[in-house]
Design a protein around this ligand. Structure first.
Ligand code: HEM
Length: 151
């Protein structure tokens, strides 16, 4: 149905832009000073990351099944699967930052003089940079698959 397709497309875009905003916020925050307040904010932002990613999966699956093109269009399209793989890689790359944010926030709560260990900061930085890079591939695949490439 056209209205369902439109509604799902709108929600999909809003969620996807929100996720991009969250990755951008983490990217910037992690480069500044990391007092307890910032660590708390990072942990909070990252929780929303998880919620939005879950909603994207639900809405994305909805788009596959209720799209005007029909689900067969996507499941036989390798660009669609490349997009799914890129999304999966972004999810995997986000695990280490998530674990660190929770741990840093907890440690900062228990110990006011807590400072993020430099080696952990370097690795979280690298994961978020890799995540942002792979995330950029997703709209590239999305635009291509929507136009029939990959069949
Ligand atoms: C489980 C995850 C996802 C699924 C199942 C999914 C599925 C879909 C489907 C079925 C479409 C419709 C394509 C068409 O019009 O034929 C679409 C479009 C789109 N998706 Fe996703 N998506 C997912 C995650 C994402 C993510 C994480 C992004 C992040 C950038 C994204 C970006 C887009 C964009 C930009 C479009 C519009 C493409 C265009 O019309 O040019 N999607 N997606």
């Amino acid at each position: 149905m056209e209205t369902t397709d439109l509604a799902l497309a709108i929600v999909h875009h809003l969620l996807v832009f929100s996720l991009a905003g969250i990755i951008g916020a983490e990217f910037v925050l992690i480069r500044g000073d990391l007092p307890a307040a910032t660590l708390k904010r990072l942990a909070g932002i990252d929780r929303h990351y998880g919620i939005i990613a879950a909603l994207i999966i639900i809405v994305g699956i909805g788009r596959v099944f209720w799209s005007l093109k029909g689900w067969e269009f996507y499941i036989h399209n390798w660009v669609f699967w490349a997009k799914m793989a890129a999304f999966g890689v972004v999810g995997l790359l986000s695990i280490v930052p998530t674990v660190r944010f929770i741990s840093w926030n907890r440690q900062a709560g228990a110990n006011p003089s807590f400072a993020v260990p430099a080696s952990e900061l370097v690795s979280v930085n690298a994961y978020i940079r890799a995540e942002a890079f792979v995330f950029l591939l997703i709209p590239v695949f999305a635009a291509a698959m929507a136009r029939g490439y990959g069949i």
